[in-house]
Design a protein around this ligand. Structure first.
Ligand code: M6R
Length: 604
């Protein structure tokens, strides 16, 4: 969590730092700060709240920074210490005129702090990061060489970090290093830039060096030198990024979330037409007799749906589990397991740990991710990129459907590997081909959904129900609503309603039911809705049914195109995403940057 940036070049660094931080805002947005060296003097500026507050401060102080072509910056998602100016980064030390920015968490900061206090460190903040500043500062007093001080200091840290450090005594270099947190270095022309993620650097250069764990770089405006943990210089490849600037703009949409919802048909079309699963999953071991799907949040919901699909068309038992639970229990993963880790960002701490553990148990692993350059990929025997393009809205939408379609394609592949290319698998394939057009039918006519959403926006509690594959969709619909509108929403398999949640129902609770008529449980689900109606709940159907009797039962009906139940989650998610979006937008919420959240959850 948090985003960091560093810039060194011929130009004034302020604009580069703030532009980079703007592009990293999805990683955190509760405070921000920069440190620069201006006329040989280290200066630090920090503000609580959104990045704009910092930008306003920098505008006021413009005269103090006319000659600064080296700087580092940070956008924070608070872990240790509340979001305020003191806890905001950069952090400094009384040992040396240096400033650091940090993304990650230091687990042994308390022990280090005690020791550093005895050595004379004066602490100002409640953060774990300040320990790193003092530790590097102290090591610098011993070695007088910042790179060596950083290498020595980071050896004492337990936990995760990506760091950029500047030193008033040497205004010609930035030191960068990382372990278990992402950091890339962009190589420009007489300028270099460091960032937590590609969007932060892409407007300067598409040439990048990916720092690996325990590597430390000295970045000057002309050069980038990388050292291993023994202080030996090493050669690093320069990768060329193929990312268009357009992906990072709203393209006329009011919010990134709405733009990303509308991108889904094309992303799905491209994935269906690609051969990515077959190309990537070659020579899968034949001993696999159980599958575990491990993920968090929205990615977990995609995994919950995949269990239904894989078990339906293969003979392999599947368990789907939250990564944060999987890693702290004696699970049954073994050398015959196929463990599928799903993570949009590839940086989710729990999912990374789960996949590391799975590898330690000699399981075969597949990673489904939007970021092939992410930390989780090192634990994958096979990597399946979902190619959704950079997702900026904190609430995941396009990455969810891209994960889902990838899981469908993987299920089909597994069925074919089992020589089970039976009628069910063939039908599934042909149903998938219909998805992009059907998504477009909904997206081309969103007025009804928006009007219903506006009417629903006054309610404070929602219940989502469904059966079969759409239980995962209900969970995802409830999560989307909670995340961006802060309205309480819970999802249940409809059969569970009568076992307790029905006690909640009255005229103040809208119940959103997903009903797919060709499914075996359709009539049961209708009965559940009737039971809810008898308790005066407001009823909303998302359905492909044309049954006119539904109009008597439901207060609102959101009609979706006719669709087979097994692929319907790829369609039902669209009105669910739109309901959440339109409610949040109507209520004036910060749709793309909901409170308390950040895009990648790199802490446990
Ligand atoms: O990057 P990941 O897919 O691993 O992220 C997992 C969750 O943190 C993520 O899906 C989260 O629930 C989103 N805010 C959902 O909109």
């Amino acid at each position: 969590m948090c985003g960091i940036i560093g810039y060194i070049g011929n130009n004034n660094c302020i604009l580069h730092l703030t532009n980079g931080l703007k592009r990293l805002e999805y990683r955190g947005y509760d405070s921000a700060g920069i440190a620069i060296i201006n006329n040989k003097e280290l200066k630090v500026y920090k503000e609580k709240g959104k990045l704009q507050n910092l930008i306003n401060l920098l505008n006021e102080k413009r005269n103090e920074m006319s000659n600064s072509n080296i700087g580092i910056g940070h956008i924070r998602w608070a872990t240790h210490g509340i979001p305020n100016e003191i806890n905001a980064h950069p952090h400094t030390t009384n040992f040396a005129p240096i400033a650091i920015v940090h993304n990650g968490i230091i687990e042994n900061y308390k022990e280090l702090k005690e020791d550093l206090i005895t050595k004379g460190a004066i602490f100002k903040s409640e953060t774990d990061t300040e320990v790193i500043a003092h530790l590097i500062g102290y090591e610098y007093t011993q070695t007088k060489d910042l790179k060596t001080a950083v290498i020595n200091a980071t050896k004492q840290l337990k936990g995760a970090y990506a760091l950029c450090i500047i030193n008033e005594n040497n205004p010609n270099e930035i030191i960068a290093t990382k372990r278990f947190a992402p950091l890339i270095i962009g190589k420009g022309n007489n300028e270099n830039i460091i960032g937590s993620d590609i969007p932060a650097i892409i407007n300067i250069t598409n040439k990048v060096i990916y720092l690996d764990d325990n590597e430390t770089a000295i970045i000057t405006k002309e050069d980038i030198k990388v050292y291993d943990s023994n202080n030996n210089i090493i050669n690093k490849n320069i990768a060329i990024l193929n990312i268009k600037e357009d992906n990072l703009n709203k393209d006329g949409y009011k919010h990134f979330m709405l733009k990303e919802i509308n991108e889904q048909p094309n992303i799905i079309r491209n994935l269906i037409n690609s051969n990515i699963v077959k190309e990537r999953i070659k020579n899968l071991p034949t001993n696999i007799n159980n599958i575990k799907i491990i993920a968090c949040g929205t990615s977990l919901h995609a995994g919950i749906i995949a269990k239904y699909i894989i078990e339906d068309i293969t003979s392999i038992p599947v368990e789907t589990e939250s990564a944060s639970e999987y890693i702290y229990r004696k699970n049954t993963t073994n050398k015959n397991s196929l463990v599928i880790g799903i993570s949009q960002s590839g940086e989710t701490a729990d999912t990374i740990t789960a996949l590391r553990q799975a590898k330690e148990k000699n399981a075969t692993t597949i990673i489904i991710t939007n970021r092939e350059d992410s930390s989780i990929c090192k634990y994958g025997d096979y990597i399946l990129p979902i190619n959704a393009g950079i997702e900026i809205s904190v609430a995941a939408t396009k990455s969810y459907t891209a994960q889902l379609i990838t899981l469908y394609l993987l299920s089909i592949h597994l069925s074919e590997l089992e020589n089970k290319n039976d009628i069910k698998t063939k039908e599934l394939k042909s149903h998938l081909n219909e998805i992009p057009n059907k998504m477009e039918q909904i997206l081309n006519n969103t007025n009804i959904i928006e009007n219903i959403a506006i009417k629903l926006s006054a309610y404070k509690d929602f219940i989502f129900i469904s059966r079969g594959t759409n239980i995962g969709s209900s969970m995802e619909g409830a999560l989307k609503l909670k995340e961006i509108s802060y309205i309480n929403a819970t999802a249940y398999p409809a059969g569970e309603l009568k076992h307790g949640p029905i006690a909640l129902l009255d005229e103040n609770i809208p119940l959103i039911a997903i009903l797919i008529p060709n499914h075996i449980t359709y009539d049961k689900l209708i009965s559940n809705c009737q039971e809810a109606k008898a308790r005066k709940a407001k009823l909303i159907a998302i359905t492909s049914s044309n049954d006119e009797t539904l109009t008597n039962l439901f207060d609102y009906i959101i009609q979706i195109p006719e669709i087979s139940e097994n692929v319907s989650p790829l369609i039902t998610c669209i009105p669910l995403q739109l309901i959440a979006y339109y409610i949040a937008n109507f209520l004036g919420k910060d749709v793309d940057q909901p409170r308390n959240l950040a895009k990648s959850v790199t802490v446990e």
